[in-house]
Design a protein around this ligand. Structure first.
Ligand code: PHE
Length: 348
């Protein structure tokens, strides 16, 4: 058989085989056998040395043509088989998008945490520091440093859980004022702080009393602070929490650590002052206590009361939440009933 016929035969056989194989490994094997150094095509090319000078280039060109056609056929088959593999995989991985999904039940911060976070963020934006204090507190800081000496009748305002004669569960967040004033370096600038946290009182739990609730204390001490600064601060806070149209009014009150002291009302956010059950038809709702820091408190903390002064306020997140969301029982916050808590999904 002459070389050309041999090459034609080789082409026929292998071309068929390439077309038939459905397996990439097998195809690779065919390629190696056919085109490798010991393969039939190389063998044919080697036999060309016996051809005449006239025939050699013709057969050579033909052999190269056959070789390149077979290479093309292998490449084409390989692409087709690879494509088939992908198609098969895709078919297997098809997702039925009409199946109902698994519901993800996302938790949400406690409503009181949300309110406290919001007030904190608000005051941080005004340049205040957020400072924590201990819940187990010394009588010294909870009372004495705040101008409430032992046996002072003002102690009756806050019925307190004593752990021993010196230690108690703090009845207010005001001791954090005293602790911070004591260590603040006023040569470095004014003191602007808030202190959120739990407080404890010997109250019998009912719809409006809880033996444990929350307060956020605020304190600003600097030179030349006036009651107008306090009023502006509280108006802006009331508008932030209860709505941009709110007004506030101050009523004289008494706290041992502030003089003068005030009770602060906000205009009713439900009826806008017209009178409704929420504001008990007065148009105003009491929201917090505040005042100008008493000189005795400044002096006790080692702050020169002649040079420095400031204001303090204490607000109740529990009360804010009850007012804002119409919650009529403070105990709801502490019972951990998910049906109650999950109503307050955090926005955003
Ligand atoms: N500590 C006071 C209370 O618990 C609230 C208050 C704080 C009042 C700061 C004035 C200034 O009743």
């Amino acid at each position: 058989m002459d070389l050309k016929t041999k090459l034609e035969q080789l082409f026929e056989e292998n071309h068929k085989q390439i077309g038939r194989t459905g397996d990439l490994d097998e195809l690779n094997q065919i390629r190696v056998n056919l085109l490798g150094k010991k393969g039939p095509i190389t063998e044919v090319l080697r036999g060309m040395k016996d051809l005449s000078a006239d025939e050699r280039p013709k057969v050579g060109a033909f052999a190269n043509q056959i070789k390149s056609d077979l290479q093309d056929a292998i490449a084409a088959r390989k692409a087709a088989l690879e494509q088939a593999v992908i198609q098969k995989k895709l078919a297997q991985e098809t997702i039925d998008v009409t199946l109902p999904g698994d519901q993800v039940i996302a938790g949400t911060p406690h409503i009181l945490a949300q309110i406290m976070d919001d007030v904190e963020t608000y005051f941080i934006g005004q340049g205040y520091q957020v400072i924590d204090g201990p819940e187990v507190e010394e009588d010294h800081y909870n009372f004495e440093m705040l101008n409430i000496p032992k046996d002072h009748p003002a102690r009756d305002m806050q019925d307190t859980f004593y752990l021993d004669s010196q230690l108690l569960m703090r009845s207010q967040t005001s001791p954090v004022q005293a602790r911070t004033m004591e260590i603040h370096d006023f040569t470095q600038g004014p003191l602007k702080m808030i202190s959120p946290g739990r407080v404890y009182r010997r109250d019998t739990d009912d719809a409006t009393h809880s033996h444990q609730f929350h307060q956020i204390e605020g304190l600003v001490i600097d030179k030349h602070i006036t009651m107008a600064d306090l009023k502006g601060t509280l108006l802006a806070l009331a508008q932030h929490v209860f709505g941009a149209d709110r007004q506030i009014r101050l009523r004289p009150s008494f706290f041992p650590f502030t003089e003068p002291s005030v009770e602060v009302d906000v205009s009713c956010f439900r009826c806008n002052g017209a009178g409704c059950p929420i504001c008990k038809y007065s148009g105003w709702i009491e929201v917090l206590g505040a005042g100008m820091v008493h000189p005795n408190v400044l002096n006790a903390a080692g702050v020169d009361a002649d040079a420095y002064g400031g204001f303090a306020f204490g607000l109740g997140p529990d009360r804010f939440a009850m007012l804002k969301y119409g919650i009529d029982d403070i105990r709801s916050f502490y019972q951990g009933d998910v049906r109650f808590l999950s109503q307050f999904q955090q926005e955003g």
